[in-house]
Design a protein around this ligand. Structure first.
Ligand code: ZN
Length: 127
């Protein structure tokens, strides 16, 4: 990415870094998906998401596949609490910048999630 100059070249678009908030220029062909001013911010963002995601993953899998344990431990409430804590942290430390990727982009990378699966290779039914 380029640093922001006084005038934006016609083939670039100005964006704000999702991590540090600094403005940067992205080529117009990549501007739609350009989110970070550089690799340091991209790594920082990715590492925070990975650390947060690890806890969410374990709790969500418990919620989905160990429902008795999840109910006993109030896992849904804890998941919501974690999300609220992350959001508060974002407001306090990141000037409220969003710390998650757009759901439409995540889902666009996984079009199979919209498929309706009625059986796996062994023809067992899913529920
Ligand atoms: Zn940045």
């Amino acid at each position: 990415m380029l640093a922001v100059a006084s005038e934006t070249p016609p083939d670039h678009r100005q964006r704000a870094c999702l991590e540090c908030g600094a403005p940067f220029l992205a080529h117009k062909t990549q501007a739609r998906h350009a989110e970070f001013c550089g690799d340091t911010c991209r790594r920082s963002h990715k590492n925070r998401r990975a650390m947060r995601g690890a806890a969410l993953y374990d709790l969500f899998m418990t919620l989905r596949y160990q429902r008795g344990v999840a109910q006993k431990l109030h896992v849904w409430r804890q998941l919501c609490r974690l999300a609220a804590d992350f959001r508060l942290e974002d407001h306090q430390q990141r000037a409220g910048r969003r710390s998650w990727r757009a759901a439409a982009e995540v889902l666009a990378e996984r079009p199979y999630l919209n498929a309706i699966v009625v059986a796996d290779k062994t023809w067992r039914r899913f529920n």
